[in-house]
Structures are given as C-alpha cells and as structure tokens.
Design a protein around this ligand. Structure first.
Ligand SMILES: [Zn+2]
Length: 266
C-alpha cells in the first residue's frame, strides 16, 4: 500500500495450459445497504505462468481513510476451461508513513504517533466523557467500534487525504467508523472539542443509518456542537448578533437541501 494514493494487488499463477482470463474482485468495507463488488479485468498476455498486478488509484474513488479495509479475491481461467476463485482476503489500508501506537477503551481505539501515553490517555478520557454526555443527553450510544487517528498537525492530516480542504482539521468518515484529526500538543483543547464533535457524527450516523435519507445537516451539526460543550465565544457573538438583528434562520429553510446559508450557518 502507498497511503494515501494507491493500494496494489499482485498475483502469480501457473497452469498446464495458457491462463487466459484474470479478474480481481474487491469490496470496500463500509456501512451500506447494497454490497457493491467491483470487478476488474486484468490485461496480460496469455501464458502458462503469469505475474500480474493492478492498483486501486485513490484519486479515482475519492480516497479511503486510514485503517479502512478492502476484501478481495481473484478469479482465474485457463484455456482448458479450468477456473479457480481464491478465498477472500482482507487488506487494511494503513497510513504506514507513521509508526502508530494504539489505546483501546470500550468501542474506541485511539491511534497516534507523536506524543506520550499521557497525551493519548487525556484524549481517550475526553472522548469517553463526550460519549457519556451524548448518551445522557440524547440516549445515543456507539453500537460499533470506532477508530480515531490522531495526526500530529493539520498539515499531516491533509497529507493523509486525497482531496484535502484548506480548513480540514478533523474528518469523520461516518460510513467507515473512522475519524482522522490533526492535533498538535499545544492544540489539545481544540482537539478535545473536535473529537467530541466528530464522535457525535459517528454515533448519529450509526443510529440513524437508513436507505431513505440523512438526518438534516442542522440537527447533525447542532448535536455535534452540543456535545463539544459550552458554545465557543466566537459563536456566541454570532448568535447574539443574529438575535439582535432578527436574522436567525428558520428551521424550515435550514432543512432545505439547497440551503444557501453557507455564510450564516458556519
Ligand atoms: Zn460537523
């Protein structure tokens, strides 16, 4: 694996007669309602001994988060009509550019590569507190394990993404149960809030996953900000200003999928 750009698959096969057809089948492990299997026809010159490889280019699929998994198997046919399908294997797409440590408590595993054990324990404590707060306030709890990847800076985090946004500080890959976040040691307070925020997105996604629609963005974001703790001063100022001006946005317009209030919704 060359994280984050590509995941390579290799096969060496041998037969008494020419091998004529090789296909790679794979499926990405993520929450969905229809299991999608991709099938790739490998181009090669027919021979009795073949050595083939194929790479899943992440630019084509928008990238996969660190720690995500892909199940794959091969289907090989030869000129005499022989056909072999290998048993599925699972490969984990790890960000092997860093040496990760891990710490697990309940459904949460924290991975980090910079900072000592107490740095990780402090993050774990605040993650568990955020989950407890969310459970108490809304009854929502984690149903499946989540992985939390702590990068040492926002810059490192962006280096782990195929299409990073300038403002990316933390990302919840809700379908994968994975959070990636950049937390420098002097930025721990922000990091704890961001983790509470992104964890809420994961819990909400696990609880509300259905084939028909998503929770409205304002509610998803509102709950995530609620779990962070007290509203930050900057937001309080915006809110007070909006109340004073009478420019609060109605729930009806917030619920519109075409909400034009990017500037106002922050
Ligand atoms: Zn959010």
């Amino acid at each position: 694996a060359e994280f984050p750009s590509r995941l390579s698959f290799n096969l060496a096969a041998q037969s008494d007669v020419n091998i004529t057809d090789i296909r790679l089948c794979y499926t990405v492990d993520r929450a969905s309602f229809a299991q999608v299997t991709s099938e790739v026809y490998i181009e090669f010159a027919p021979d009795t001994t073949v050595d083939v490889s194929w790479a899943l280019e992440m630019v084509k699929i928008g990238g996969l988060p660190p720690g995500s998994s892909v199940d794959y198997w091969w289907v090989v046919e030869d000129a005499s009509g022989g056909r072999i399908e290998t048993a599925p294997s699972r490969v984990q797409f790890d960000d092997n550019r860093h040496s990760w440590h891990s710490l697990t408590e309940g459904e949460v595993t924290i991975y980090w590569y910079k900072g000592n054990d107490s740095f990780a324990r402090e993050i774990m404590l605040s993650a568990q507190q955020a989950l407890a707060r969310l459970a108490e306030d809304t009854g929502a709890e984690l149903e499946k394990p989540v992985k939390l990847y702590i990068y040492a800076s926002a810059q490192d985090l962006r280096g782990a993404m195929i299409y990073p946004q300038e403002w990316t500080g933390g990302v919840a890959f809700t379908r994968y149960g994975i959070i990636a976040i950049g937390i420098a040691s002097d930025n721990l307070d922000w990091g704890k809030r961001a983790i509470a925020h992104e964890l809420t997105h994961l819990v909400i996604h696990q609880m509300t996953l259905n084939p028909y629609n998503d929770l409205p963005t304002w509610l998803d974001e509102g709950l995530a900000m609620h779990t962070e703790g007290a509203l930050e001063l900057g937001y309080t100022a915006y809110l007070n200003e909006a109340i004073a001006e009478g420019s609060l946005i109605s729930v009806r317009s917030l619920s519109s999928p075409f909400s034009a209030y990017t500037e106002q919704s922050l």
